[in-house]
Design a protein around this ligand. Structure first.
Ligand code: PLP
Length: 456
């Protein structure tokens, strides 16, 4: 049995928690830490024995569900056989070679090679270095700026945190780093002019991107990074025509496209990758989360042929590719990823996300779209969001002090459902494990509905 008091005291006195109000935590104003002890299927348990449906798969991670013996055994087998070896200077393991071959076969765009990290943030940091490296090697050393979008989320390290397009991730941290620029978000609900269709809004966003490129000078723009479906900034699928219009601009000015598939990758949207769903042809692809379903930390920067060919051709001139981490391609993480991808294929999780996902989208709309405080219900596959507003007609927001989204999320949690209060606005987000069943979806939506009614 977990000694709850001791764990809480030790934690409070020694852990620096991400995304936590430090004073409120230190003084106990926001209560004790939740001690998570167990996970099975789509549910987790805390140390007090309460069970929750995890409607957010941790942080959009645990696609294959909790407690998968196949993955745990693959991890244990690899730990006994060979716990660690590095991948510097052309060392490898069978698990890593197998995983890389699989990723190159399945990734969108024209993938050539896979570089491994441990988090989405470090993989996007690598992508920035690859953009700079590629442009230096091909003789265009001024092409260094990277454009991302307002409300995009790409991580929290220096460059990835700068790519993230929400100011509260920058404040007091001296971000964004020079050379990382932001253009308008694809959020039709908030960004469109009255009466503006999705198609014309998409064209306007693409025109704004083009103006930014021209203003900065096309010869200085290296890449555009974006999530196929904007995630942490509000779970917002792109408006119709968006990716066609944006890619036309990128091609016109020879700007690389980095698809951040950290959330969308591996079935979440009902396609293997968000890029495939929306017809994106990325030069560089970032994956993490679903790659191991969170069983081990692992991310990858998948390098397309266009970029890789330049790197290989320049190698005699510039020497070794001098970038890498002690844990790049860690064999236990690779073993976990292979076991997760086996489940992903065997259980056809992309198809599941599509079929169970369409039930989810339908039920979410049926239950919430007509509520007085709901401005928009949106999503794709097993990714969904409800946006709460004080006035549906005028789209007036709630006073941020009231924290409506956070209160509904807390009421849901008290009823045994984890649905995330998204950090930007009053939004309740859902991203359940892809193994979720239709009855579990119904229960999840019912709990969220009752929580909303309680707070309304
Ligand atoms: N990119 C996207 C789209 C994400 O959603 C996240 C995390 O939520 C990241 C990058 C950063 O990943 P990590 O938290 O593993 O650094």
């Amino acid at each position: 049995m977990t000694d709850i008091k001791t764990v809480a005291e030790r934690d409070r006195s020694s852990v620096l928690h991400p995304f936590t109000q430090l004073k409120d935590f230190a003084t106990g104003k926001i209560g004790d830490p939740t001690i998570v002890t167990d996970g099975r299927g789509v549910s987790i348990k805390d140390a007090e024995g309460r069970s929750y449906i995890d409607g957010f798969a941790g942080l959009y991670c645990v696609n294959v569900g909790y407690g998968r013996t196949e993955v745990a055994e693959a991890i244990a087998r690899q730990a006994y056989k060979l716990a660690y070896y590095h991948t510097y200077a052309a060392h490898t393991t069978e698990e890593l070679a197998t995983l890389s071959d699989r990723l190159v076969r399945m990734a969108p765009g024209a993938p050539s090679k896979v570089f491994y990290g441990l988090s989405g943030s470090d993989a996007n940091e690598t992508q920035a270095k690859l953009v700079w490296y590629y442009n230096n090697l091909r003789g265009q050393p001024r092409r260094k700026k990277i454009i991302s979008r307002e409300r995009g989320y790409h991580g929290c390290s220096v460059i990835s945190g700068s790519m993230t397009g929400m100011s509260f991730y920058h404040d007091h941290m001296d971000l964004p780093f020079p050379g990382i620029l932001h253009t308008g978000s694809p959020h039709h609900y908030w960004g469109a002019e009255p009466g503006e269709t999705e198609d014309s809004f998409s064209r306007r966003r693409a025109a704004e991107l083009e103006q930014l490129i021209l203003r900065e000078g096309p010869e200085t723009i290296g890449a555009f990074i974006a999530e196929p479906v904007l995630g942490t900034g509000g779970i917002t699928p792109p408006p119709t025509g968006y990716w066609r219009e944006i890619q036309t601009v990128l091609r016109r000015y020879d700007v690389l496209l980095i698809a951040d598939e950290v959330i969308c990758g591996f079935g979440r949207t009902g396609a293997d990758f968000g890029s495939i769903l929306y017809g994106m042809e990325p030069d560089l692809v970032t994956v993490a989360k679903g790659l191991t379903s969170g069983y081990m930390p692992l991310s990858a920067a998948i390098v397309g042929q266009r970029v890789y060919n330049v790197m290989e051709e320049a190698a005699d001139r510039v020497g070794a590719f001098s970038h890498g981490y002690t844990y790049s391609g860690h064999p236990i993480a690779a073993a976990a990823a292979n076991a997760v991808l086996d489940i992903f294929e065997k259980e056809e999780l992309t198809n599941r996300a599509k079929t169970v996902g369409s039930h989810f989208q339908k039920r979410l709309k049926e239950r919430f779209a007509q509520l007085e405080i709901v401005g928009e219900v949106r999503g794709v596959g097993l990714l969904g969001a409800i946006e709460f507003v004080a006035d549906r007609q005028t789209k007036r927001r709630f006073d941020p002090q009231i924290k409506v989204g956070a209160r509904i999320s807390k009421a849901a949690r008290d009823r045994g459902l984890i649905a995330r209060a998204m950090p930007h606005g009053d939004i309740l987000g859902f991203a359940p494990p892809l193994i979720v069943s239709e009855p579990e979806i119904d229960e999840m939506i019912d709990l969220a509905y009752r929580a909303t009614k309680q707070v309304m």
